[in-house]
Design a protein around this ligand. Structure first.
Ligand SMILES: [Fe+2]
Length: 260
């Protein structure tokens, strides 16, 4: 069995501290989640960071991300993805220095893991460009005997929250159409939505992840912060193509009452 741990939307500021009034400190929150991972989890086969790692892209934010990873889980394999808040080139440069790929792929036992870029410069909504779709198609085609998991920043389906669905993945239908041609795809992991989400489309589990910082209220039509704790997702990949997964919450600081 292979084990993946997903954390998402760390939103580290240019300097440590809250990124908005009433929010907890993004750095402290990430440190709590990483400390909990170290305490609660054996070393996974991959720690996957699914985007919005910086609030506003700055090398200092990515340096602190790396430092926190090094401090708490320095011996864990890490893969990254850019979100709409990130600068993909800066993130790539920072993570590459530590040997961590951005939008990479890897084979783990019977499983193929592929990171897909959906971040577009200057846009909150996501879009997968044709070259990235082609890359995904090629990778899946060249590993027909492997089960596959995709990770992408933006949610690939609407989640029933109007404000969020306006900034979701604009060409989700292109992605899902492509995945339909590859019957061994078993899961699609994403961030962006700052909440636990689980749905199923055919054989594919669609899995959203909490933020390590603040959480958004499920089902809310307008932007709303929910006062529940941060968390991470564990995904176990079994040799027969089945998946078991759960979200683990990590007690920490909640946003101020008037932010909820
Ligand atoms: Fe995002």
């Amino acid at each position: 069995m292979q084990r993946i741990i997903q954390i998402s939307d760390t939103h580290l500021g240019t300097e440590p501290g809250p990124i908005r009034p009433g929010y907890p400190d993004s750095d402290d929150q990430l440190a709590r989640v990483l400390a909990a991972l170290r305490r609660e989890q054996a070393r996974p086969d991959l720690l996957w960071l699914t985007g919005d790692l910086a609030e506003t892209p700055d090398p200092k934010a990515y340096d602190r991300l790396l430092h926190l990873l090094q401090t708490y889980v320095g011996d864990w394999p890490v893969g990254g993805l850019a979100g709409n808040h990130d600068d993909r080139a800066l993130l790539r440069a920072a993570l590459a220095g530590a040997g961590h790929p951005v939008d990479g792929h890897r084979v783990l036992g019977e499983w193929l893991l592929i990171g897909v870029n959906s971040a577009q410069p200057g846009q909150a909504a996501g879009h997968i460009d044709p070259a990235e779709l082609e890359r995904l198609d090629q990778l899946l085609s060249t590993h027909p005997a492997h089960w596959a998991v995709i990770a992408i920043h933006h949610p690939v389906v609407p989640i029933g929250s109007a404000w969020m669905d306006r900034i979701g993945l604009q060409n989700g239908a292109d992605l899902l159409g492509l995945l339909d041609r590859h019957p061994r795809v078993r899961a699609c992991l994403f961030g962006h939505i700052h909440q636990d989400f689980q749905a199923r489309r055919g054989a594919i589990e669609l899995l959203g992840c909490p933020s390590t910082c603040v959480q958004f209220t499920p089902g809310s039509q307008d932007f709303a912060v929910e006062r529940i704790h941060a968390g991470y997702r564990v995904i176990e990949l079994h040799p027969d193509g089945t998946i078991t997964t759960r979200v683990q919450r990590v007690p920490g600081e909640l946003p101020a009452e008037n932010e909820a």
